[in-house]
Design a protein around this ligand. Sequence first.
Ligand code: CTP
Length: 450
Amino acid sequence: MKRVITYGTFDLLHQGHINILKRAKALGDYLIVGVTGEDYDISRGKLNVSQSLTERIENVKSTGLADLIIVEEYMGQKVRDIKKYNVDIFVIGSDWLGKFDYLKDFCEVVYLERTKGISSTDLRNSANDILRLGVVGNGRIAKRFVKESKYVSGINVDYVFGRNEEHLKEFITQLDLNSYYTDYDKFLAQVDAVYIAIPHIMHYEYAKKALQVGKHVLCEKPMTLSKKQTEELFKIANDGGLIIQEAIKTAYAPCFDKLISMAQSGIIGEIKDIDATFTKLIKDKTLREYKSALGGGSLTELGSYPLFIIAKLLGTEPINIEYVTSIDKETKVDIMTKVILKYKHSVGTANVGIGIKKEGNCIISGTEGYIYVPAPWWKTEYFEVRFEDLNKVQKVFLNFDDDGLRYEIADFLNAININKKSYKMNEQESIFLADILENFRANKNVNYIL
Ligand code: CTP
């Protein structure tokens, strides 16, 4: 019996898939089809797959051509499958020509001509119009955002808004954008959605204007420094059927998503304590981070990350919030702050600093064990679930590619396309974060160390 194997995502089953499966089957007597698992697709940068793994397996099943369907979960699995299933022929489309020659050591490798004019990517794009997204701001993060957006299909970033024409010109040339605007209304008229990456204190005004003219908003963290303002932005968005999301990149990272679901599954028992730290030592006091008038300081700059994981796992209704902080005499901003959030059954501590350095890890402790995320935990790609019995430790790894902004962009796009708010970073969490920052700035329950 001749055994043939082929692999694919098989998203939105199309004629190209059916043709290759038919021709692969015709090369032997038994056809094995490997369908890519969700984690594997994410780890190889395929972020826009529309259908779930179950649906995609059903797609392959419905062709009636596969004798066996398996799931491809990791790079390098093909060699194992070929040996395990005694495969004679490996088949793949001609778009992969040469890429799988290394399998010739194990079986025959056949590249079949790809069916012209159709692909899952085209189908996904034609189901939804390409989202035209404009960037508000031309600073460091805006640059990274534009670069990362190239990894997400279904979105075009062509315009940037800012004030300084010279900087804007440089920005569009460097990043290959269409044009820039210094007039916000004209800029808004060109786009369906905006990404706001300007100093915190300006977020509210620019996000509000965009929402009022029917544009979706992805807003850098912190969305605002006021509970009321954040509530208002969500209200305008909700009333207008628009999406507004806070761009805390950690929230959208595939490994972080897994971490949250594992923690919530009860694997470490009842969560009692979270300790999360983010420090970024900044020496240059002329930078925005040290400008009190622009909302600078450790907590406003970095607090969103550790506070977010605490909110995600312990909730948004602590009984008591207390701050311990140290203020820089010269600039009047906090150079380190500790926020202690006391809940009925648990406690969370967020540590941040632009004037101190500390191990940037996160530890989630429960009654049965703990989850350890090494520094830099906010670029989550690895964590361990540890128990008293060292033999039981579980290690989880999932890529966090480059700057990791592609995951938040993909999630934002998906929320718009399916018209459903993301569960990864929600309204209550954004309002909660704004409230914590606002109370700190209003000096509520703040203890000072000199
Ligand atoms: N394939 C093909 N002809 C097409 C599309 C795909 O022969 N027009 C083949 C691929 O070469 C691969 C298999 O079908 O061997 C599964 O491909 P998959 O990646 O699932 O399909 P694509 O349409 O290429 O998906 P995407 O656009 O997401 O890359």
